[in-house]
Design a protein around this ligand. Structure first.
Ligand SMILES: *[C@@H]1O[C@H](CO)[C@@H](O)[C@H](O)[C@H]1NC(C)=O
Ligand SMILES: *[C@@H]1O[C@H](CO)[C@@H](O)[C@H](O)[C@H]1NC(C)=O
Ligand SMILES: *[C@@H]1O[C@H](CO)[C@@H](O)[C@H](O)[C@H]1NC(C)=O
Ligand SMILES: *[C@@H]1O[C@H](CO)[C@@H](O)[C@H](O)[C@H]1NC(C)=O
Length: 448
């Protein structure tokens, strides 16, 4: 009974809106400035994923969020949509996507033709950020239904007619990715990322996006906002959270490695790097490592990258040892009792003497000092400490060995409940530090 009346109501609204659309040429949808997507965390892999409403009839497809991904790609073995179109080779769209010269073409001769297997098709590389395996996939486009937002709610659905993505057909394409997902959403610095495509398709949508990663509890959603603020995290923080953002310049790494460059004219990395100039523990600088590790050299080594595909922040061994040493010293001063380490972590403590606060366990605060003479990126207990078992809390950073490509990979655990904004127009990254400090959270109270 109840469900059939709900259907009736929807049916009624559909007829009314169809009627308005048909009967009035002057009907204009509200001017859309921003879109919102829900974020969930997979408990097994600690990957974050969202859903795309693709094709005709519309199907929800879960995709892993890859912050540095150049392109959205889907496993097309089960893709079936009457509005799917291939992007033909050497077309304007193909050239724009993969940078003109050197574009590759795919010519699939199997019958019947289907998404991912078509004639004379623009081809690009799909990169699995977990296995680092790359495959060539045909580029196609299809309708995507988007939720517009005013920063508070998920509002009207708006259709984008031609969202382009790579369509892969290999069976092991999805190896290592969270179970419910069927592909990868690329948010990287690239001509085909979600944010680039939406800002070129919708005039009022600015070329920027924000991430607010949820901390556990699969029933709560975090959010991706595309197009900029305001950002609201009701009910306890009534103000626009974009006012909390501290800005630091986006740093461009000249070398894309390990991601294959997909644009034949641009070999720089689509990943987002920032300039961390130093680290402090409870206000005291961590100095016992070579600070040249913090900058990026000509080969693209070193520096600090932000990643949604790494969960616990990975540090170059020298930085790791220095940070753990200083943290343990400050912890002892706070009467925290060290206990045996639990892999992969190197410093663990008994939870006995550690109070719980609004921002998590009351442990020494870690500050990342960033370029721009600003407030530091502050990492409180909720983002630095992992509860590994009853009464044991560990410092949630991992030793990346002495020859990692990137010196600091800021991972998902350290980003949870922090609002991050990537502004591709001004080339700045904004961070809020923990929203918990403001009694707000990414994982609260938004209905999708
Ligand atoms: C694709 O969907 C159409 C209509 O929904 C259906 O008729 C057709 O059998 C489907 N094809 C495959 C391969 O699933
Ligand atoms: C795409 O690029 C190729 C190679 O540079 C060029 O031959 C072709 O004309 C371009 N296509 C369009 C539509 O501009
Ligand atoms: C720091 O590392 C750089 C680059 O590897 C090296 O040139 C420099 O001598 C090192 N400085 C110290 C104090 O070890
Ligand atoms: C913080 O949030 C709690 C609910 O979690 C609420 O009861 C409390 O009043 C809030 N405090 C402030 C200072 O807003």
């Amino acid at each position: 009974m109840a469900s059939s009346s709900v259907h009736l109501v929807f049916f009624f609204f559909t007829i009314v809106s169809a009627f308005i659309l048909v009967s009035s040429n002057t009907f204009k949808p509200p001017k859309t400035r921003a879109f919102i997507f829900p974020i969930r965390r997979d408990e097994k892999t600690h990957q974050f994923y969202t859903e795309l409403d693709m094709g005709t009839p519309t199907r929800f497809i879960y995709v892993v969020i890859d912050l540095g991904g150049q392109f959205t790609w889907l496993d097309c073995n089960t893709y079936n949509s009457s509005t799917y179109r291939r992007v033909s080779c050497w077309s304007t769209k193909c050239n724009a996507t993969i940078g003109g010269d050197g574009a590759s073409c795919m010519d699939c001769r199997e019958k019947p033709l289907r998404p991912g297997c078509t004639r004379n098709t623009c081809a690009t590389i799909s990169y699995n950020p977990k296995t680092t395996i790359t495959t060539l996939g045909g580029v196609g486009e299809d309708t995507m239904s988007l939720s517009s937002t005013d920063g508070r709610l998920s509002l009207l659905d708006v259709d984008m007619r031609r969202y382009s993505f790579a369509c892969g057909l290999l069976n092991d394409l999805l190896t290592g990715l969270a179970k419910p997902t069927n592909g990868v959403l690329g948010l990287g610095r690239s001509p085909s990322s979600l944010s680039t495509q939406l800002s070129s398709a919708f005039k009022l949508v600015q070329h920027k996006f924000a991430l607010c990663l949820p901390s556990s509890k699969q029933f709560y959603f975090g959010s991706i906002f595309v197009g900029g603020g305001p950002y609201y995290f009701l009910p306890y923080y009534p103000d626009d959270a974009s006012k909390l953002l501290v800005k630091t310049p986006l740093v461009i790494n000249p070398v894309s490695d390990p991601r294959p460059p997909i644009n034949a004219k641009d070999f720089s990395s689509p990943d987002y790097f920032i300039d961390v100039k130093g680290i402090k523990v409870d206000g005291k600088p961590v100095i016992s490592f070579n600070s040249s590790l913090l900058s990026i050299d000509k080969e693209g080594k070193g520096g600090t990258m932000i990643s949604t595909m790494t969960y616990y922040t990975v540090l170059h061994s020298a930085i790791y040892k220095a940070l753990v040493g200083d943290f343990v010293k400050e912890a002892a001063a706070k009467k925290m009792k060290r206990v045996g380490s639990v892999a992969p972590f190197g410093a663990c403590f008994s939870s006995e003497n550690i109070k719980n606060t609004m921002t998590g366990p009351a442990v020494p605060i870690i500050d990342l000092v960033v370029k721009g003479n600003n407030a530091p990126w502050r990492i409180y207990g909720a983002n630095s400490i992992v509860k590994v078992k009853k009464n044991v809390l560990c410092l949630g950073f991992v030793d990346g060995g002495s020859t990692p490509r990137t010196s600091i990979i800021l991972g998902g655990y350290q980003l949870e409940n922090n609002l991050l904004e990537f502004d591709l127009e001004s080339s700045m990254v904004g961070f809020s530090s923990s929203l918990l400090f403001h009694n707000a959270s990414c994982s609260l109270s938004r209905i999708f």
